[in-house]
Design a protein around this ligand. Structure first.
Ligand code: FE2
Ligand code: FE2
Length: 175
């Protein structure tokens, strides 16, 4: 965990930016018509985003519903958006998995589907960074907040290790 980041918003924002970069890497490979890289980056992105959102479902949203009685956006809004994100991720995965070569029409169609996902993610991320996280920040004690950040960081470090390794291999041309 970056010791300079002490707020929950800053912590989650870092993770969101990493996920954005993964999607961008997939899109770069797609535009360059590198089939295996486009597929692998997408699967890494889908898995990483699912792990990210599942931890939010199980840990952060649970706390939000217990400790934040008057939220800007109700806890259910975040749950609902996560379901929508999982559905969009699956739809795009089906289109990506069906590729055997990348033609220009595939690039256009996939970028269009991903534009919809990016719009949802942008709004959802803003809600988390402006609602969920500051609300949790002000309702939890400093020690509880730091323990929570450590818990999330440990969980994401262990569950995302294999994905980070695959991504690094792709970026350095080792895969
Ligand atoms: Fe989320
Ligand atoms: Fe998030």
């Amino acid at each position: 965990m970056n010791p300079a980041v002490t707020s929950l918003s800053g912590f989650i924002e870092q993770h969101h930016r990493w996920l954005d970069e993964l999607l961008l890497s997939h899109q770069m490979a797609l535009v360059e018509k590198r089939l295996q890289a486009a597929k692998t980056f997408y699967h890494c992105f889908q898995r990483a985003l699912s792990i990210h959102a599942q931890a939010e479902d199980r840990i952060l949203l649970e706390l939000h519903s217990q400790h934040c009685p008057n939220p800007r956006w109700h806890t259910q809004v975040y749950f609902h958006e996560h379901r929508k994100i999982y559905d969009l991720l699956d739809k795009i995965a089906q289109r990506v998995d069906a590729l055997t070569v990348i033609q220009t029409v595939d690039v256009i169609e996939l970028l269009d589907m991903e534009k919809t996902l990016k719009g949802v993610l942008e709004h959802h991320g803003e809600r988390e960074e402006q609602g969920l996280m500051p609300e949790l920040q002000s309702s939890l004690s400093d020690s509880h907040r730091l323990a929570l950040m450590q818990q999330l960081d440990d969980y994401w470090c262990s569950t995302l290790a294999a994905i980070r390794k695959t991504v690094a291999g792709l970026q350095y041309g080792l895969i």
